[in-house]
Structure formats: C-alpha cells, structure tokens
Design a protein around this ligand. Structure first.
Ligand code: V47
Length: 360
C-alpha cells in the first residue's frame, strides 16, 4: 500500500517508486508535499542550477497525412494555410538564429505526403553547412517511421543516413499517450506507442540521444499517465539514451478535442505532473518545464517542483500557439535569465547534450 510517508521514505533513501506510488501521487491532493519531495530529489541531482539553451524552432511544413485530434497545427495539402518552407527560407531562419547566438535548431514538421526521403537529408545539410557547431535536433520518432516507410529503408538505415547529413539528436515529440485505448481516440493514424519506443531504442542504439514527452490533460486518466512513464523508465533503464523528459500540457484551442476550455489541465495538475515525473523517472537527469505550454509563471514555479530545465529561446513557436497557448512565441536570453534568477536559482546555459556553456 502506498502512502505519502512511505513514498517520502523511499525518496530520502533514493529507492525507486513503484507504479502504485506514482498513481497514489497523481491522485493525492497534497500538492505542496509532493512538490517538496520532488524539489529534494531534483536538488540532489542538480543543486540550484537551472538549464536553458539558446535555440530556434523551425517547423518546415504543417502539411500532415495524420489527423491527430489534439493538433491545431496540421493542414491538408490543399487546405488554406498549408505551407512547406523552401531550403532557402530554412537556411535564412537558421542563419538568423546563429546571429542571435543559437546553439541548436529544433526542426520538426508534419508527415508530408509528397516529399521524398532525400529532401530531409538535404534540409539537414543546408543548415549544417552554416556551422558544424550548430546542433540539429530534428524529426520525431513519428517522422523517422514515416521516412522508413517512404524510402523502403529500415529505421536504422534512415537514422544512419540522416546522421551522415548532420542529424545530432531527436526531439521527444509524437509520444502523446502510449495507452492504446486513448491513443486510438486522439491520434488513430499515428504510429503506436510500441513503435515510438522501438524507433527511440534504435536511435539510442545508433548513439543518437533523444528526449521523451507525454501529452497530458486531454482524455487520459492517471493510470494512462503512469503506464506512459513506466514504459519510458523501462526503456531508459535499457539504453540511457533519453536526455530529458518533457510533460506537454494540452492546449485545446482550435482542436477537435475542445469541449470549451475545460480540457486545459490547470496549474495544479501541471505542477503535480512535473513533480511526479521527477520522483518516478529516477533515471532521467532532466525534467523540462516547457514554458511555451505552461506559461512563464507556472514554468517558473515548476522550478520549485522538480524541474531543472526551462527549454530555450524558441523564437517562433507554432504548434502550441495554433492551439491557443498564451505564452509569447519566443523569449530572449535576458527574459529567461530573469525568470530563473527570480526563482532564486542559478541559470546555466547548456548545449543540446546538457554540457555547460556558461554559468551566470
Ligand atoms: O508531438 C500537439 C504536442 C508535440 C498540441 O524534445 C500539443 O526538446 C499541447 O514535442 N497542445 C511537439 N501540445 C512538441 C515537442 C517538443 C517541444 C519542445 C521541446 C521538445 C524537445 C519537444 O507537441 C507533439 C504533440 O505531443 N502537441 N498539439 C496541443 N494542442
């Protein structure tokens, strides 16, 4: 039987929490105590340091063959507002990012029904040609699976080919919720949770690091969240290839999952989810408070609930904002530093592999 006292004892002893413990925490209303435990677990790993990076998102296309119900970003090929960025445009956005001190480009897009596989390698080479120091974190496991299907290559061959072209790591998107009963409701056409995990395992096996996400606050229940975290912890035990876990707070605007605004998760759930992730995912060093979806204020408070990473400057976020996210589309380095300092923490600029670039 789980109890907060028994869980607290495990945390103090550095013992692993069970699935039942995680469920107990999600169901508990003792937000502050859970937060304090998570802050303790985080401090043991990361002290008072909070990571951020200088990055830029480039969404090369919003045209997507899938029809995920939580997504306000996707368009059909012929639909108004559908776009595909040309290589020149991608180059010029990456160049601008470099001028602004970016060390990372985060590049993802929809499953474009017409683009051939070689286009994606060319995209990477175009950006990498600007600077070999610029880290390319590109393509979710969902895109990698798509490339494998359109090229006839295995997932491993796709990953090796993209790495040749400049791919440095994979972002954590596309995980959504692994539980099949919810997954078929919210993103029926998308690859299964098992397949997402398989692609990540292959990536880690090729020496590519990646992140992991969980989209929460829609139709899933707490058991679905625990199932999701359990599968991530299990894979991380086997590969150690995940760098950060990022809970993604569902934004209902302009989606077909919006039944009014009542599906927005709320600050208490956001903070609890960060805290439970920190406590349960004992083999993840970094829990990211993604300010774009949390909003700056909750993201800042999340630093006292177990998060140690605020993501980056981002610059031109689209996926969350199309769905009604109320945060700015980007933040300056100065704004991020202010958020971290006013939380009483020590900002550390990191590179994409979580090496320190500078302490402030
Ligand atoms: O996979 C889509 C999510 C993800 C909505 O790895 C939505 O460093 C909320 O994965 N409300 C893409 N979320 C974003 C992502 C990400 C972001 C920042 C950093 C990293 C990283 C990864 O966005 C999608 C999906 O799960 N998403 N629609 C929505 N309405």
């Amino acid at each position: 039987m789980s109890s907060l006292a028994a869980i607290a004892a495990k945390v103090r002893d550095g013992a692993r929490l069970s699935d039942a413990d995680a469920l107990f925490l999600f169901e508990s209303e003792d937000l502050l105590e859970i937060g304090e435990l998570a802050a303790y677990a985080n401090a043991r790993k990361n002290g008072r340091r909070v990571f951020y990076n200088v990055n830029r998102h480039i969404n090369y296309s919003n045209i997507c063959a899938n029809r995920c119900r939580f997504c306000a970003f996707r368009r059909d090929s012929a639909e108004a507002g559908g776009y595909l960025l040309g290589l020149e445009e991608i180059r010029s956005r990456a160049e601008e990012a470099l001028r602004q001190g970016a060390t990372e480009i985060h590049m993802v897009g929809g499953l474009h029904p017409e683009l051939p596989f070689p286009f994606y390698g060319e995209m990477l080479r175009t950006v990498k040609a600007l600077s070999t120091d610029l880290h390319l974190k590109a393509f979710t496991a969902v895109e990698i699976d798509h490339f494998s299907r359109i090229s006839g290559l295995s997932v491993r061959e796709v990953l090796l080919s993209l790495r040749e072209s400049g791919l440095d790591s994979l972002p954590g998107g596309g995980a959504e919720i692994f539980a099949p009963s919810v997954r078929t409701e919210i993103c029926a056409e998308k690859i299964s949770g098992d397949r997402w995990l398989q692609v990540m395992e292959e990536a880690h096996g090729c020496g590519l690091r990646s992140n992991a996400t969980m989209l929460y606050g829609h139709l899933e229940n707490f058991s679905d969240r625990v199932d999701h975290l359990a599968r991530l912890r299990d894979l991380q035990d086997r590969t150690g290839g995940f760098q950060a876990f990022i809970p993604l707070s569902f934004q209902p605007g302009n989606t077909s999952l919006q039944f009014g605004r009542e599906l927005r998760s709320g600050g208490v759930d956001d903070l609890k989810t960060i805290a439970v992730a920190r406590l349960y995912l004992d083999n993840f060093s970094n829990i990211k408070a993604y300010w774009v979806l949390l909003g700056e204020k909750i993201a800042q408070v999340a630093l006292a609930f177990g998060a140690n990473d605020l993501d980056g400057t981002v610059v031109d976020e689209r996926i969350g904002h199309e769905a009604g996210a109320e945060s700015p589309r980007g933040m300056t380095r100065g704004e991020i530093l202010r958020l971290i300092r006013r939380a009483g923490r020590e900002p550390v600029e990191r590179d994409s592999l979580y090496r320190e670039i500078r302490r402030h």
